[in-house]
Design a protein around this ligand. Structure first.
Ligand SMILES: Cc1cc2nc3c(=O)[nH]c(=O)nc-3n(C[C@H](O)[C@H](O)[C@H](O)COP(=O)(O)O)c2cc1C
Length: 200
């Protein structure tokens, strides 16, 4: 059985992290349910050369072309597709990642807003005790952001800030991106060879 993972993109800076994670998950033969916020589509267009078309089917094809792998199973869900498997405790994957995670979506998840499919899927992950990883990016973090992160962390949510280390002596931007993606894959239990583990 393929490992099933929900991957949500929101409008924080850091689209390359999410896209690289998607590529690695598909390469590892996972089934990935992708959800994109409206702001995510804008930021992806500004931070990469990927121009995502409006519909879910067309976006699916564009993402497939971008990641350049035929492996795995990719399903793009609409932001208001309440009938998607990820919206229900009985159908949701075992793990969800919001990468990158805006402070807006962080706040909505922390208060259980469930006002779009990203927020609902995260709410389902929390209520079902499934793995939920958020990759927030902002600088500086305000007390509000920090309180929301602490609240979620105490509920068992993993807060994995988009803050790569430098001890592996990165030479390219891709090395920095891979540092975070490798940690995400570790936490998802997906084999990774992007970055050597400390001590290897
Ligand atoms: C180029 C660009 C970069 C942004 N970077 C960030 C960021 O790093 N962190 C953040 O929280 N919001 C950032 N924003 C603002 C969010 O996109 C905005 O708050 C949006 O409402 C988030 O909506 P969403 O959570 O539904 O994606 C950025 C917006 C743009 C256009």
């Amino acid at each position: 059985m393929k490992k099933r993972i929900t991957l949500a993109f929101t409008g924080a800076s850091g689209a390359p992290y999410g896209l690289r994670l998607l590529q690695c998950l598909l390469d590892a033969d996972c089934e990935v349910f992708v959800i994109l916020s409206k702001a995510a589509r804008v930021v992806i267009g500004m931070e990469t050369k990927l121009k995502l078309p409006a519909g879910t089917g067309a976006a699916e094809q564009a993402l497939r072309d971008w990641v350049q792998t035929d492996r795995g199973n990719l399903v793009v869900c609409g932001l208001e597709q309440w009938t998607a498997p990820v919206a229900s405790g009985s159908g949701a994957p075992a793990a969800m990642v919001v990468c990158p995670c805006s402070t807006g979506t962080l706040s909505a998840i922390a208060c259980g807003a469930s006002d779009n499919l990203i927020e609902r899927a995260a709410d389902v992950a929390i209520k079902e005790g499934r793995k939920l990883i958020l990759v927030p990016r902002e600088a500086p973090f305000s007390p509000l952001h920090l309180e929301n992160m602490l609240k979620l962390s105490r509920l068992g949510v993993t807060i994995m800030p988009a803050a790569p280390g430098f001890y592996h002596q990165p030479e390219t931007v891709q090395d920095l991106v891979d540092f975070i993606v490798a940690r995400l894959l570790d936490h998802l239990g997906v084999e990774q060879t992007l970055v050597k583990r400390w001590g290897e």
